[in-house]
Write a protein that binds this ligand. Structure first.
Ligand code: NAP
Length: 305
């Protein structure tokens, strides 16, 4: 694979940016990658572990010659970062981001960018519950989707180049419009995270079950919730505040379904429960057939007990 871009700037150096860097390095996809993070501590860690070819002490310096700038900060910080870098962008550069919400990011970033750059929002559908500059790894995006959300009229060559980069990084790339993206992700990611946060919160509140029992007897169901509920609080606060409409719509539906199941349990409607669980089981099969998860028992975990 040939180099997609000569100079790339990563703004924000957490899980996603560091994984992008290691994957770009693996595939020799960029001539030089410059990085910037707001805290000196993160920049020091980045220098220590060789994250990025150059770590800059200002966002302006990082973006000034870049052909591609990728904003890798929480959704709520995207607008301020765009404002800071806008005067320093090279004419003809592409500005992208990796935010988990798209419409709010487009509304926050778009107005600051000059006419002479291409703005192509993106969202890699891959992550872990870890954050920070040390948490990234080159294979994070392998075989996962990255969704590009170009506005109508965006130069097709610019979109193609970004697509080439993400494919070189290992991702499968598709295009989607921002509103649809936010609804799809509301169902597949945002609402499930909120439910996991709630479930872990409930267990924590239920003082009749002790903390040690929760930990000791946590079977796969609860254990998987705790992994999701350990995700970065800033990132997820911003996701919910910026994908309000879709999240509230889905939670409304979720509550209705929960009541229906609650009623089936109360009235002993086993047929309803069985039919419901049969339908949901088929969805799991679909995910495995699409190569988006393993069908190994317990997600391939090695049983250590
Ligand atoms: P992360 O590991 O927590 O790193 C966030 C980075 O953003 C850090 O370098 C941090 O700087 C910087 N930052 C935080 N608040 C900031 C602010 N107010 N102004 C400027 N910089 C700020 O985050 P991540 O998981 O890589 O997430 C980055 C983006 O990717 C988010 O928009 C998220 O929605 C999206 N995303 C995440 C996942 C996931 O699973 N984690 C998946 C797909 C997309 P310091 O280190 O200096 O504090």
């Amino acid at each position: 694979m040939s180099r997609a871009y000569e100079k790339v700037a990563l703004i924000g150096l957490g899980l996603i940016a560091s994984s992008m860097f290691w994957a770009m390095k693996r595939g020799a996809l960029a001539g030089e990658v410059r990085g910037y993070a707001r805290s000196g501590e993160t920049r020091d860690v980045a220098r220590e572990i060789g994250l990025c070819d150059v770590i800059c002490d200002s966002a302006a310096e990082a973006v000034k010659d870049a052909d591609l700038v990728v904003l890798c900060v929480p959704v709520g910080a995207m607008g301020a970062v765009a404002q800071e870098i806008a005067p320093h962008l090279k004419a003809g550069a592409t500005v992208s981001d990796v935010g988990s919400v798209k419409k709010a990011v487009i509304d926050a970033v778009g107005p600051y960018l000059p006419e002479n750059v291409h703005f192509i929002p993106a969202h890699p559908l891959a992550g872990t519950e870890h954050s920070g500059p040390r948490s990234g790894f080159a294979t994070l995006f392998d075989n996962r989707y990255t969704l590009l959300v170009p506005a109508e009229g965006t130069a097709p060559e610019a979109v193609q180049k970004l697509r080439d980069l993400w494919e070189g990084i290992g991702a499968k790339v598709e295009e989607m419009d921002a509103e649809h993206h936010d609804l799809v992700l509301g169902v597949t990611s945002h609402a499930p995270h909120l439910i996991a946060y709630t479930m872990v919160g409930v267990a924590d509140d239920l003082r009749r079950v002790t903390d040690s029992e929760v930990i000791k007897y946590s079977a796969a169901g609860f254990r998987d919730f705790t992994r999701i509920a350990a995700s970065d609080p800033t990132m997820w606060r911003d996701v919910f505040l910026n994908n309000k409409e879709a999240t509230l719509e889905i939670l409304g539906r979720f509550t209705e379904e929960l009541f229906a199941l609650q009623r089936a349990i109360r009235t002993g409607d086993g047929d309803m429960l069985h039919a419901y669980f049969t339908r949901t089981r088929a969805i799991r099969r679909g995910i495995i057939e699409a190569g988006q998860d393993t069908d190994a028992p317990d997600f391939g975990r090695v049983n250590k007990t």
